[in-house]
Design a protein around this ligand. Structure first.
Ligand code: UD1
Ligand code: CA
Length: 426
């Protein structure tokens, strides 16, 4: 987060094809916004000190999201939206005296990775380029800007599909929309952009031609895995990106020694870490940020909703939902339970159907439950938070616990059982 690079992230576009009230970049994959993926990966490079997010369509919503989640990002308004070149130009005044590199990318490409961005930046530096464009080779390059080269293979320009000749359209190397600029060298290009093209827009891609004309070194960096450039324009794209991301996460976890019985029906967010020899059983859904220890057994049919920390040897069984909770070693939550805003010690046993009642609907407040080491709950019990169960304490089946329980104590609420002998013979 303390590097010398600054980024400009283009996120002002309308995203018409999403057919949504929500701005495109605030759509989510695993409960995290598309823009959040891009900002997280950019920040993870360790190269970037500050991010300028260009907002336009429903700017207030994007602005609020960025403000609440990213300290090193600020939003700049682009209104009206006159093209990608005009979008990046919104940061021009803020970078007036900046003498470093500027990374430009789009807010709707959640599959880009920090590793690729790091490599991209280092290749730019090794080659002493003034401008590096990230390109990709596509068999069917439709809709992308084409990288046009001369007979020596030197880049001449990027030509948009709509402006391209049939010969240019045949080119398979395309612009992914990611650029690194030595700002002092290339930023004057923004003052010379015009909108004399098929779309009547100020094209960011025209900075390439300007840089070449002005004798600055321009090169491309060919993306190794095309998936990373995937931009989201529709709900169908969103679903495809989800699948790619989920498979990427699962393959990495398998490589790291996590047992995933059925990758097809297992969903794990990229912000979840899991230690080796933990088993994830089918139909398990894990979203948000989580930390899971070793030798745990999770699922089948378990849901972990984020901000969850599990120690080692923890068992989360079928139809169990866990949210914002910490669970220590050797604790079992085996069946049909909801654990939210809770802290469970080690060697705790949660009986089937135990619920932590953490929410007061009238006041809209959430409360904490604490269950200390060695405690247990009987089946179908409710813990009305805020409440604490002491060490080795227990509550019997069906108990509604509304008061704290001391260590080694038993809590029991039980309506008297009435038995009517021979009732059905009478
Ligand atoms: C752009 C590139 C194209 C490249 C492709 C990669 C240009 C002219 N073309 O085309 O070469 O192959 O990306 O996906 O740059 N945006 C704004 N303000 C605007 C216009 C766009 O912020 O006024 C943002 C959009 O929200 C989006 C990004 O810029 O995140 C790209 O815009 P888009 O219209 O999708 O560009 P393409 O036509 O796809
Ligand atoms: Ca696009």
């Amino acid at each position: 987060m303390h590097g010398s690079v600054k980024s400009i992230i283009l996120a002002a576009g309308k995203g018409t094809r999403m057919k949504s009230e929500l701005p495109k970049v605030l759509h989510k994959i695993f409960n995290k916004e598309l823009l959040g993926y891009v900002l997280d990966e950019v920040n993870k490079t360790g190269e970037v000190s500050e991010n300028y997010v260009i907002v336009g369509h429903k700017a207030e919503l994007v602005q609020e999201y960025v403000k609440n989640n990213f300290q090193n990002a600020r939003c700049l308004l682009q209104s009206p939206q006159l093209g990608t070149g005009h979008a990046a130009f919104q940061a021009y005044d803020y970078l007036k005296n900046f003498d470093g590199e500027v990374l430009i990318l789009c807010g709707d490409t959640p599959l880009i990775t920090a590793d690729t961005l790091k490599d991209f930046i280092s290749v730019h530096r090794q080659n002493n380029a003034s401008l590096t464009v990230m390109s990709a080779i596509f068999d069917e390059p439709a809709n992308y800007g084409r990288i046009i080269r001369d007979s020596n293979g030197e880049i001449l320009a990027i030509v948009e599909e709509k402006d391209a000749s049939p010969g240019q359209k045949a080119v398979k190397e395309v612009n992914t929309g990611v650029y690194l600029l030595n700002w002092k060298d290339v930023s004057p290009a923004f003052l010379s952009l015009d909108s004399n093209n098929a779309q009547g827009e100020y094209y960011l891609t025209d900075i390439v031609k300007w840089a070449i004309t002005n004798k600055f070194k321009v090169q491309s960096y060919v993306l190794k895995n095309n998936e990373e450039s995937f931009g989201i324009n529709s709900k169908s794209h969103l679903a495809q990106a989800f699948k790619i991301l989920k498979n990427r996460v699962i393959n990495k976890l398998l490589d790291d020694g996590v047992t995933i019985v059925d990758p097809d029906t297992t969903y794990i967010s990229p912000d979840t870490s899991i230690e080796a020899d933990t088993q994830i059983l089918p139909c398990t859904y894990i979203e948000g940020k989580n930390k899971i220890g070793k030798n745990c057994k999770i699922g089948p049919f378990a849901r972990i909703r984020g901000d969850v920390e599990l120690g080692d040897n923890v068992k989360i069984g079928n139809f169990v939902e866990i949210k914002k909770s910490k669970i220590k070693d050797n604790t079992n939550v085996s069946h049909l339970s909801y654990i939210g805003d809770s802290c469970l010690g080690s060697n705790v046993n949660i009986g089937a159907g135990t619920i932590t009642a953490n929410y007061n609907h009238a006041t809209k407040q959430k409360f904490q439950t604490e269950i200390k080491d060695g405690a247990s709950t009987g089946s179908n019990s409710v813990l009305v938070a805020p409440v604490v169960m002491g060490e080795k304490s227990s509550i019997g089946a069906g108990t509604v616990l509304t008061k704290n329980l001391n260590d080694n104590s038993l809590g029991l609420t039980r309506a008297p059982l009435k038995i009517f002998d021979n009732w059905f013979k009478k």
